[in-house]
Design a protein around this ligand. Structure first.
Ligand code: CP
Length: 319
C-alpha cells in the first residue's frame, strides 16, 4: 500500500525514508523494461509527460523521455530556446498555459533554486512536478538513481561509508545524496578544497563529516563518488587551475588504494575525464558510472508511475 505519496517530487530533504525505499522497490520491479523491449507496456498509456529544460542536459532529459515512453505515456519536450519564454513569458504563466493542455507530469530543470517549487505551486491543481535539478539546491532523481545503484550493488546502507569528492558547494547532486544517504543509515564524508565545502552541508548531521584530505575521505570507503567541477556556478575561482585541482582532488588508482578493495566508483556525469576522475578509474571494473545511467531510467519510471497512479486524492505538498 502506498503510504507517503506526495503530488510532487521536489527534493529528498522533504522525502521520507519509507517513500524513498518504496521508489527504489518499484524501480527494481520496472528495471526489466529498460533491458527488454518485450516487457515494455502500457502502464501509463493515457497519460502525458512534458520536459522543460531551462538548462543543458543529456542524461536526465533523455532518461525521463525513455522512462515515459517505456511505460506507454506520451512525452513532449518544450524547446525552451525557441519558446515564448524568449518573448518574456514568466515561468508561472508558461506552466499554467502548458498545464491547461492536459499534461499529467512536468519535469523541470532550471538554473534558479526554487524554480520547480514555484512551478508546482502554480500548477498544483492540474498536475505533478518533478525537480530535474534546480540551481545548487537539489537533484532528487539523480540521488535516487545513485541510491538504487548502491543498494543493488552493496545490498543496503547500514554502516556503509560513502565519500563524495569535489565541488560540494555547488553540487545539487551532493545535497540530494546527503539527504538520502543519511535517511537510509549511511555515513558520508565530503571532501574538496576548503573553498568548496560549505558549513551548512558539513554540519548537517552527525553521520556527515568533511575533510580537505582526499585520502582521509576515501579511507575504507565502500563508495567513492566524484562530482563535476562546476566552473559555470563559481562566482569567483575556487582554486587556481584545473591541473592543480586534479592533482589534489582527482580520483586516481593511487587514491583508490585507500578505499575498500571492491569500492564502487560513481559519478553523476557529465565527467570531465582526467579532471575529477582519471580515465583509468572511469573505465575500471569497479566503475558503475554507466550502470547509474541505466538505473536512472528505471528510477524515473518508478517516479512517473508513482506520481500518476497516486495523483488523485492527494494534496500538493510544497515545502
Ligand atoms: N547527471 C546529470 O544530471 O546529467 P545531465 O546534466 O546530462 O542531465
Amino acid at each position: 500500500m502506498r503510504s507517503l505519496m506526495r503530488k510532487h517530487l521536489l527534493g529528498l530533504k522533504d522525502t521520507g525514508r519509507e517513500e524513498i525505499i518504496e521508489i527504489l522497490d518499484t524501480a527494481k520491479e520496472l528495471k526489466p523494461l529498460v533491458e527488454n523491449p518485450e516487457r515494455r507496456g502500457n502502464l501509463l498509456n493515457k497519460y502525458s509527460v512534458l520536459t522543460l529544460f531551462y538548462e543543458d542536459s543529456t542524461r536526465t532529459r533523455v532518461s525521463f523521455t525513455m522512462a515515459a515512453e517505456y511505460l506507454g505515456a506520451s512525452v513532449s519536450d518544450l524547446a525552451v530556446s525557441s519558446s515564448s519564454v524568449n518573448k518574456g513569458e514568466t515561468l508561472v504563466d508558461t506552466g499554467i498555459n502548458l498545464a491547461e493542455m492536459g499534461i499529467n507530469v512536468m519535469v523541470i530543470r532550471h538554473r534558479m533554486t526554487g524554480a520547480p517549487h514555484l512551478l508546482a505551486k502554480a500548477v498544483d491543481k492540474y498536475c505533478s512536478v518533478v525537480n530535474a535539478g534546480d540551481g545548487t539546491n537539489e537533484h532528487p532523481t539523480q540521488a535516487l538513481l545513485d541510491l538504487y545503484t548502491i543498494r543493488e550493488k552493496l545490498g543496503g546502507f547500514d554502516g556503509i561509508k560513502v565519500a563524495i569528492i569535489g565541488d560540494v558547494n555547488h553540487s545539487r547532486v551532493a545535497r540530494s545524496n546527503m539527504f538520502g544517504l543519511v535517511k537510509l543509515g549511511a555515513r558520508l564524508t565530503l571532501a574538496g578544497p576548503s573553498t568548496l565545502l560549505s558549513a551548512n552541508m558539513t554540519r548537517y548531521h552527525e553521520n556527515v563529516s568533511a575533510t580537505t584530505n582526499i585520502t582521509e575521505a576515501v579511507k575504507d570507503a565502500d563508495v567513492v563518488m566524484g562530482l563535476r567541477v562546476q566552473l559555470e556556478r563559481q562566482k569567483a575561482a575556487a582554486f587556481p587551475d584545473l591541473k592543480e585541482y586534479s592533482d589534489l582532488f582527482g580520483i586516481s588508482p593511487h587514491v583508490l588504494s585507500y578505499a575498500k578493495k571492491d569500492a564502487l566508483i560513481m559519478h553523476p556525469g557529465p565527467v570531465n575525464r582526467g579532471v575529477e576522475l582519471s580515465g583509468e578509474v572511469i573505465d575500471s571494473s569497479n566503475s558503475v558510472i554507466y550502470e547509474q545511467v541505466k538505473n536512472g531510467v528505471a528510477v524515473r519510471m518508478a517516479i512517473l508511475k508513482r506520481l500518476i497512479d497516486g495523483t488523485e486524492g492527494y494534496h500538493g505538498n510544497i515545502n
